[in-house]
Design a protein. Structure first.
Length: 380
């Protein structure tokens, strides 16, 4: 009987396990989790306040239920310390476990920019349910939040917090929100919409210091301004967790390098999710995870299957100004064609009249389905 071990119980790990069980009810399946193994939807963390969801309500199933549902040996609160590729085993808690196939679904770690000051250790990052519990605990009886990072996650948290009645400041070097994904002008309507609700923007600058002051914090910015807040969140991005893979000797670049079968540089070790670089692509979104889970489950259960990526637009959870984004390939030649009104924005990235990407804002989000049909697949 084949023995499959999955390291990680996030959306990638758990969805892979579910897909495996669709194809094979008898394969021996083990999973290891750094946390308590609770199943939850990570994207819900950035809009739980607006939806009135407590951290406990975000939890969909505890580890006992997941063990039963998946007929899997799930070992919680455990860190894998080493992978022995010669003997095909992993080391954890002074214990060894053999595998026939090993899957790394270890996700990504928040990146925190260097910052000075006596309160730098107090900056929160929110990357899992445990982080979110701490955030909600510290949010009790507070009034103001500063968010470092005007990207997708920073904007989603800003929208959620301002709707929940908190004073919100957003800090970052970009000319406009979502500057890494969008042309500058197309981010301005979101900036204005959140500003109209009370968000204070500190753009084209960075936070250099954070110091304790009273019961809160003072952020000193590169442009000389100061921002006072009760809580400070860093939302400047994630980096693929490659630590275990690198120590094992697997090929890593921006993520654990895998081919279209999600196989790493070792033939019996695979990777998917935010930790993986799939055929050169690192796409830290939900739809790519689902595509990879379906393909890899078939491969692991005896039907080698290459992963394909259809067009996968990203819905940004900013109700103040709805957005749908399908970024063009990083190396694509072409230009943006932008049409904006007071109520909508349509930005199309084209090369020789071929649509390669788009951004829809405001009332234009209703065009999502029609435009998606015109896009080429990301991986055919």
């Amino acid at each position: 009987m084949q023995n499959i071990v999955i390291i990680g119980t996030g959306l990638a790990g758990y969805n892979l396990a579910r897909e495996i069980r669709k194809h094979d009810k008898t394969v021996k399946l083990a999973m290891l989790s750094e946390d308590d193994g609770t199943f939850y939807s990570k994207p819900m963390l950035s809009n739980a306040l607006a939806k009135g969801k407590t951290p406990d309500e975000l939890a969909m199933a505890d580890v006992a239920k997941m063990r039963a549902d998946l007929d899997a040996d799930i070992i919680a609160n455990t860190t894998v310390s080493a992978i022995d590729t010669d003997n095909k085993s992993i080391q954890f808690n002074n214990e060894k476990r053999q595998f026939d196939k090993l899957v790394l679904a270890v996700g990504a770690r928040p990146f925190v920019a260097p910052i000075e000051g006596d309160a730098k250790a107090d900056i929160l990052t929110i990357n899992n349910l445990q982080d979110y519990r701490e955030f909600r605990t510290r949010l009790a009886n507070k009034k103001s939040v500063a968010i470092i990072g005007p990207g997708l996650i920073g904007c989603e948290f800003a929208n959620d917090l301002i709707e929940a009645g908190f004073a919100v400041s957003v800090i970052g070097p970009d000319q406009a929100p979502l500057g890494r994904l969008l042309p500058e002008s197309t981010g301005l309507p979101l900036q204005q919409a959140l500003q109209d609700k009370g968000v204070v923007w500190h753009l084209q600058t960075t936070a250099q210091r954070i110091d304790k002051i009273g019961g809160g914090y003072r952020l000193t910015l590169a442009n000389g301004e100061s921002v006072l807040a009760d809580i400070v969140i860093s939302a400047i991005g994630l980096r693929a967790d490659m630590s275990l893979a690198s120590e094992t000797g697997l090929h890593c670049e921006r993520g654990i390098v895998v081919d279209r079968h999600l196989m790493s540089s070792h033939k019996d070790i695979y990777a998917l999710g935010d930790c993986a670089q799939v055929d050169g692509l690192v796409l830290p979104y939900i739809l790519p995870i689902m595509q990879c889970a379906r393909a890899l489950a078939q491969t692991l259960t005896g039907t080698p299957t290459t992963v394909t990526y259809p067009p996968m637009p990203v819905v940004v959870k900013t109700p103040a100004y709805p957005l749908v984004i399908s970024p063009p390939p990083a190396e694509a030649s072409g230009a943006w064609q932008i049409e904006q009104t007071a109520e909508a924005c349509t930005a199309l990235f084209k090369h020789n009249d071929a649509l390669l990407g788009f951004m829809l804002g405001g009332k234009a989000v209703t065009e999502r389905q029609a435009l998606t049909k015109l896009l080429p697949p990301i991986l055919a």
